[in-house]
Design a protein around this ligand. Structure first.
Ligand SMILES: [Zn+2]
Length: 310
């Protein structure tokens, strides 16, 4: 059975016009370094990927950088359920414990959403698509929202229910309506991001919003020749937005906007006063971060975008 499948078109805009930025065989030492660092069973995965390549392509239409060869659905499930080393988790939502500053960040975000919705929290139906350990959903519940969550991993859905979250399987979303859909560090992992965004648009109220937040792909192209998977995950040489088999789509604000247009959505700026709903004053550092983050996002074209129906 084949482990990988090929994406022949841009998964964000469906264009066929793309160019190759990098191609490296998984058996090369520089790619083996990634398998050893990231997976519990690097030998088994190396054998499965025998003869396969890591290839980054750039769409000439929307500028998305995407991996041409990705794991099939079956092996993607195995990757997230069995292969990853937990200590090197890429996203906060998958962690069992979070620091107060991360919880304060979610609290500020759900308050911002409440102000965008312009109605009482109990009337705002929010969906966390990719609920992970349920942190965001529980925060939304705590602030009084009508909150529910879903995840492609069914074990996370059952775990969330045990924590008192209204969690549903992705297959059971049809027919439901939401005022806000949260996707935090989700779209970079999806084999078919445009198809998923269209599905989410179908669940969204016409006055509602979808949030897409993904790793920052701006400047990634220049970093590709430096690729070194033994570097710190915050180092320029560690290509975090394009980690093999995991972050299979590397977005910029522009590629998100083009994908959104294809799904019948467009970016909606957040009024800056809404983003200062709650400030973490526990240290000078957190005060600085809370104050600067909205300004940084505005001036750099960050990959943190609210979308509304066109
Ligand atoms: Zn494209």
């Amino acid at each position: 059975m084949s482990v990988l499948e090929e994406r022949k078109r841009c998964p964000a805009c469906e264009a066929e016009n793309s160019s190759s930025l990098l191609r490296a065989a998984y058996h090369e030492p520089r790619m083996q370094a990634f398998l050893v660092r990231k997976f519990r069973n690097p030998r088994e995965i190396s054998a499965l990927l025998s003869g396969a390549d890591y290839e980054l392509r750039k769409c000439r239409e929307c500028t998305l950088i995407y991996q041409r060869f990705i794991l099939t659905e079956e092996y993607t499930a195995r990757l997230y359920d069995e292969w990853l080393i937990e200590g090197d988790a890429e996203q906060e939502l998958s962690r069992e414990r979070l620091p107060p500053r991360q919880l304060a960040y979610f609290a500020n975000e759900v308050l911002t959403i409440g102000r965008m919705a312009k109605k009482p929290h109990h009337q705002v139906r929010v969906l966390d698509y990719g609920l992970g350990r349920g942190w965001w959903c529980r925060m939304a519940q705590a602030f009084g929202f009508d909150a529910c969550g879903t995840d492609l991993a069914t074990n996370l859905v059952s775990e969330a229910r045990r924590k008192g979250i209204n969690a549903i399987e992705v297959d059971h979303l049809a027919g439901k309506r939401f005022d806000f859909i949260n996707t935090e560090q989700v779209f970079e992992h999806l084999a078919h991001p445009l198809a998923v965004l269209r599905q989410l648009r179908g669940l969204l109220d016409d006055a509602g919003h979808i949030k897409i937040s993904v790793p920052e792909g701006r400047g990634m192209e220049k970093r590709i020749p430096l690729m070194d998977w033994t570097a710190s995950r915050w180092d320029r040489r560690y290509l975090l937005p394009a980690t093999p088999l995991i972050h299979i789509n590397t977005f910029t604000q522009r590629s998100i906007a083009v994908m959104a247009q294809r799904a019948g959505l467009h970016p909606r700026p957040i009024p800056i006063r809404y983003e200062y709903s709650l400030c973490d004053t526990s240290s000078l550092k957190t005060i600085g971060r809370s104050l600067l983050r909205p300004l940084y996002r505005r001036t750099t074209g960050a990959t943190y975008v609210f979308l509304q129906p066109s």
